[in-house]
Design a protein around this ligand. Structure first.
Ligand code: FAD
Length: 569
């Protein structure tokens, strides 16, 4: 990266920290991301020894999106080619170093590096500067196309290239500013299942994006050669299953994914149904969340605590433009949801300073901005090519920390899952409130997808349970708060413990959403040894198979960190 682009990077970061976040960042004494090339007098430690010549190397801060993981002065290499990654892996192996693939750093969990990590013998490998090539193979009538992308390509770039060739993904993550390497590492997903009467184009996928992968190339240890090499796995090779979702315990350089004929998708935004109806008990009728799943298959509900009406985003396949829908020729239509206003910033500041009782005012303001924003921007009913309708979160959105779990159940039980969660969330929140605690000020976000095949990615949170083929649906339960909100740890822990206990037996099962918060103690996420070492492995039938497979391809644990050493020993 040139100094110019480093400056641009820091500016982008500062812009991203707009509003409330900037205040918190300043209070924490954070500096913008910087970059000190190896060899510069400003470097704070000696560069890694015998570093391969020609591969750009600099000291740089690593900051994840929520700024909860900030590690200064990490040596960061920019791989220019897949062969550079091989060279780096062999160098790291010989010198007792570890490599961490780094995409956009938009992960909450400590998968790139944990907060406070000792990075003395770690080199981050930035994939976003050079490993960004994308090529598309168009489909033919009745058969899908495919896209081959290097791991640092963003979904924004991939989806734009697919659209040019008449292709698209049926569902995708809400933001597009994520690398495909990062998204596949954690089993990234969007929302949507096909309706009972729908006949989706060949190659449409409704599970995680990992289940769309037909082949991938990773850097792996070759025992016969005694060194790391590039190896391409296809779907017919069972070993690929450990690499399709791997939490960062591998290094993927390139993937090929199936892509279907592109579709036009309408998104209707509803802001007029009471939360007690949307998340109401099963069988009560009316506009429940499950009723939308039945009707159009694709919904997200975003609901802020202490408010009455959720924001429902209801997508449907619509080959021609509905008369009053606004045509979208680009993604990110909901500009109001991607910035933090001064009023929000002020209230967040008061909450952080101990004014938890300002939380209801804050959440009501957040929801009223949605209501008025939809009207002012004329986006309550939009229509366009799939990516323009499906992508809607920009990095400048309110900086929250999210916890997430995937509940596998049958389609008929979706409303039960949703209702039980809502009822419990409310009762735990009320109990905390009665003690003067306001631990959550961010939204609940609920999305519904299909499962991944039972013989699909081993570590996918959405992988179908081999003994319960009737569990064909995943309810993604997410809830959020502003980083550092007092009382958040105990609240998240209490709700998580209930989630593990409730979604069990013949009705459902549950797994963590890797990129988000889970394994809570009162001190925060990823810290509960019982969940990390017991509950989570038990939630995946083939946990040890996956770990052993990844170990066999990286016996030196070059692609690991202290957190992954505990989780996936
Ligand atoms: C505001 C926001 C909204 C989000 N919305 C969604 C959503 O709608 N759906 C969803 O599923 N997720 C969502 N996420 C989570 C996001 O998809 C994941 O955190 C994803 O991993 C981020 O990609 P990244 O490029 O930032 O990866 P990073 O955070 O840089 O890396 C994540 C992990 O992937 C590994 N990795 C990265 N590249 C490679 C590679 N080439 N080879 C091997 N490992 C690699 C890293 O080592 C690390 O372990 C959201 C996150 C944010 C902050």
């Amino acid at each position: 990266m040139s100094d110019d682009s480093a400056r641009r990077n820091s500016l982008t970061r500062r812009t991203l920290l707009g509003g409330a976040a900037a205040g918190f960042a300043a209070a924490a004494g954070l500096r913008p991301v910087y970059r000190i090339p190896a060899g510069s007098a400003a470097a704070t430690s000696t560069p890694p020894p015998d570093f391969p010549a020609g591969i750009p190397l600099a000291q740089q801060a690593f900051r994840n999106w929520s700024l909860e993981i900030v590690v200064e002065n990490v040596w960061t290499a920019s791989a220019r080619t897949p062969d550079d990654v091989v060279t780096l892996a062999n160098w790291a192996h010989q010198h007792g170093y570890r490599l961490r693939a780094r995409g956009k750093g938009h992960t909450w969990s400590p998968l790139v590096i944990p907060a406070g990590a000792d990075t003395d013998r770690t080199v981050l490998v930035d994939t976003t500067s050079h490993l960004t090539a994308v090529s598309v193979r168009p489909g033919s009538p009745g058969s899908p196309g495919s896209v081959t992308a290097q791991a640092g390509a963003t979904l924004d770039a991939i989806l734009a290239r697919l659209e040019e060739s008449g292709l698209g993904l049926a569902t995708t993550t809400a933001p597009g500013d994520l690398t495909i390497g990062g998204v596949l590492a954690i089993g990234g997903h969007g929302t949507g299942v096909p309706t009972a009467t729908e006949n989706p184009p060949a190659g449409s996928g409704f599970g995680t994006l990992s289940s769309q992968v037909s082949s991938l190339t990773a850097v792996v240890w070759s025992a016969p050669e005694g060194r790391y090499v590039l190896k391409t796995f296809t779907r017919s090779d069972p070993d690929i299953r450990a690499f399709l979702v791997h939490l960062g315990r591998a290094f993927v350089t390139e993937v090929t994914m199936t892509a279907a004929a592109n579709t036009r998708i309408r998104c209707q935004n509803w802001y007029d149904v009471n939360v007690a109806t949307v998340f109401g008990p099963p069988g009560t009728g009316g506009r429940t969340l499950a009723s939308y799943v039945d009707r159009t298959g694709r919904i997200e509900a975003i609901w802020f605590p202490f408010t009455d009406v959720p924001w429902l985003k209801v997508w449907s396949v619509a080959p021609s433009k509905p008369l009053f829908a606004k045509q979208l020729d680009a993604p990110y239509a909901y500009t109001f949801a991607n910035r933090v206003t001064e009023d929000m910033s002020k209230l967040l500041g008061e909450i952080a300073a101990g004014g938890g009782d300002k939380t209801p005012a804050f959440t009501k303001l957040a929801m009223s901005i949605v209501g008025s924003g939809l009207i002012v921007t004329g986006t309550w009913d939009v229509w366009g090519w799939s990516k323009n309708s499906l992508l809607y979160v920009e990095p400048t959105t309110l900086r929250i920390v999210e916890a997430g779990w995937a509940v596998l159940t049958s389609r008929a039980n979706v409303q039960r899952v949703v209702h039980e969660f809502y009822a419990r969330y409310q009762s735990v929140l009320t109990a905390h409130q009665s003690r003067g605690s306001y631990p959550v000020n961010g939204p609940i976000e609920l999305r519904i997808t299909a499962t991944d095949p039972a013989d699909g990615p081993l570590l996918s949170p959405a992988r179908a349970h081999p003994d319960h083929p009737e569990w064909d649906t995943v309810v993604w339960l997410d809830f959020a708060t502003y980083p550092g909100t007092p009382g958040a740890g105990p609240f998240f822990r209490e709700l998580e413990q209930w989630i593990w206990q409730n979604y069990t037996g013949s009705y459902a099962t549950v797994r963590p959403e890797w990129s988000k918060g889970w394994a809570y103690t009162d001190g925060g996420p990823w810290t509960d040894p019982a969940v990390l070492g017991g509950t989570v492995p038990a939630a995946f039938g083939d946990w040890h198979t996956a770990g052993e497979k990844l170990n066999s391809y990286d016996p030196g644990r070059v692609f690991s960190n202290a957190f992954l050493d505990t989780l996936l020993p």
